[in-house]
Design a protein around this ligand. Sequence first.
Ligand code: CA
Length: 229
Amino acid sequence: MNRPLHNVLVVEDETAIADTVLYALRSEGYGARHCLLGGQALEALRQHPFDVVVLDVGLPDMSGFEVCRSLRTFSEVPVIFLTARNDEFDRVLGLELGADDYMAKPFSPRELVARVRARLRRSATAAEPAGWQQHGRFAIDREGRRIRFDDHPLDLTRYEYALMAALLQRPGAILSRAQLMDRGWDSAADSADRTVDTHVKTLRAKLRAAGAEPDPIRTHRGLGYALEV
Ligand code: CA
């Protein structure tokens, strides 16, 4: 079987509803995964890219709105809310949270699939200009091997770029010197005379010149470095 082109996460605690939705999505060729709880859904969304999330507002562990609020701290994936029959959907709150659409129960699974398809079409046309990914005040173009701070392009050596690119992969995470070398240095010979610390020092000077204060590169004594974006 071919791998589905698009994956949808369905977050719904009523298994009968979830089953119908999963069936409808799969029979249209979508990949569909199911979570019963909001916490599980956030975990799944942190680990796998999904193209659309179908999110019940009334979940046992947290509300769909809370799930969406947490989700927006790390992902812009389109969200379609499902609401209980008699609940007035808080449209303003939904929009503020970046929900793209909602459906009141009971709904037709075919209608839901049509909405999912419409979302995917819209995401495809609104695709970001290729290249730049924003992380806080930093932006990185991995194909072009370029990094900007605010709107200042940073003029980086190959090693400085490699260090920043590694740190920007997981902002806030502490990377040891060995991990940084693994990612940035092609061979052990390279690393012998070019220590991570030396490059971090020159990087810091360039960041300071670009207006990055306080220093976004944190030293964690005995552990390594982390980047605050
Ligand atoms: Ca529910």
